[in-house]
Design a protein around this ligand. Structure first.
Ligand code: TTP
Ligand code: MG
Length: 364
């Protein structure tokens, strides 16, 4: 469909698309059940009338009006919006929808880098111009609407970092094109927190220096940044300028997903260890969902005070992709592994991946 001979357009410029589905899990559910479309829909843990534990995975834009958002405790969401439609996540369904969307992106012939379950970069340099790249984004949005029944937002820009900021600029159902000449003016008024990877902590540190917008970050005295952030100062400045040379890369399959936590003080408190394991379970489950994978093997690693580590793994009979399967295996392994002595570090790892579970494999 497009000329793939080079990675840059005829004018030698890079053109990157970033696509991000709008309220992805909730959008899939609203498409499947027209009767809840247009309502506040919250996908996540069971609210149990306000007493539920666990968090919000995502919610529809109608629920966001009430202040509900991803990662909020479900009980808090329930207090904000008790009348919402509450649904448990159906990861197998979202993984299948994600695969269909990525297939649509790949059918362009452009290079595609999936970055999470609902997000991808597309190298549109071969289409030759920002106008043609905009048309491509319009077509892809329409195809996703027709074939999958949900909306998404696109950013089109000369680099991955600016494309990602642009896709977030007019959510939902947005399309924001930023040409190379427009980059400085586009970025300048935005909050530094719009830069991917600047979390609450860095955001607060910058604000303490009086730097709240990306424009201020782009022009402030670099020595002030070095004083506060050391070696990361240069990276922050580059991000503020929208400089990002990283390529859109199609990745090989992920081999494992692991998360670890080091305790502030070595601990033998079973409640603290269990709570930390629960956090790790949530984190690896999230990463697994982002990759739209099924796992077969769970590994727990405990490092005791004084560097002695113990590791134990367990392979399940079938492939799974649900948090409950991770939780029960991790709990079992921890019980078998931990002798009650103080722990310094706790780790959880998933491996043995496959794109689908065995039940979804075709006969051939
Ligand atoms: P996002 O793209 O961050 O969020 P979203 O698609 O729901 O909403 P937006 O319109 O703002 O893009 O995440 C994609 C999916 O990942 C989301 O639908 C649910 C899941 N998710 C979690 O399970 N927990 C989280 O904390 C976040 C942020 C997302
Ligand atoms: Mg999204």
């Amino acid at each position: 469909m497009v000329n793939m001979s080079g990675q840059t357009s005829s004018a030698g410029q890079r053109i990157v698309l970033h696509a991000d589905m709008d309220c992805f899990y909730a959008a899939v559910e609203m498409h499947d059940r027209p009767e809840i479309a247009g309502k506040p829909v919250i996908v996540g843990a069971d609210p149990l009338g306000g007493a539920g534990r666990g968090v919000v995975s995502t919610c529809s834009y109608e629920a966001r009006v009430f202040g509900v958002k991803s990662a909020m405790p479900i009980g808090q969401a329930y207090r904000l919006c008790p009348d919402a439609v509450y649904l448990r996540p159906d990861m197998a369904k979202y993984a299948a929808v994600s695969a269909e969307i990525m297939g649509i992106f790949k059918s362009t012939g452009c290079r595609v880098q999936q970055v999470s379950i609902d997000e991808a970069f597309i190298d549109a340099s071969p289409v030759g111009s920002f106008a043609a790249a905009r048309d491509l984004a319009v077509r892809l949005k329409q195809e996703i609407r027709d074939r999958v029944g949900i909306t998404c937002s696109f950013g089109v820009a000369p680099s991955k970092i600016v494309a990602k900021i642009a896709s977030d600029y007019q959510k939902p159902d947005g399309l924001t094109v930023v040409t190379p000449e427009e980059v400085p003016a586009f970025l300048a008024p935005l909050s530094v927190r719009k830069i991917p990877g600047i979390g609450g902590k860095t955001g607060a540190q910058l604000e303490a220096l009086g730097i709240t917008t990306i424009g201020e970050l782009a022009t402030c005295d670099i020595q002030r940044l070095v004083g506060a952030f050391g070696r990361s100062a240069g990276l922050l400045r580059e991000a503020a300028l929208g400089h990002d040379e990283s390529e859109v890369v199609e990745r090989d399959g992920v081999k494992s997903i692991s998360k670890e936590t080091t305790f502030a003080h070595d601990t033998d408190d079973p409640d603290e260890v269990a709570a930390t394991m629960e956090l790790l379970v949530t984190e690896v489950a999230r990463a697994l969902a982002d990759e739209a994978l099924y796992f077969k093997t769970v590994t727990v690693r405990v490092r005791y005070t004084g560097f002695v580590s113990k590791t134990k793994a367990k392979s399940l009979l079938h492939y799974h992709n649900d948090e409950a399967a991770i939780r029960s295996s991790a709990g079992e392994l921890l019980r078998e592994l931990w002798d009650g002595k103080p722990i310094r570090r706790l780790g959880l790892r998933l491996s043995g991946f496959r794109k689908q579970d065995a039940g979804q494999q075709t006969l051939f």
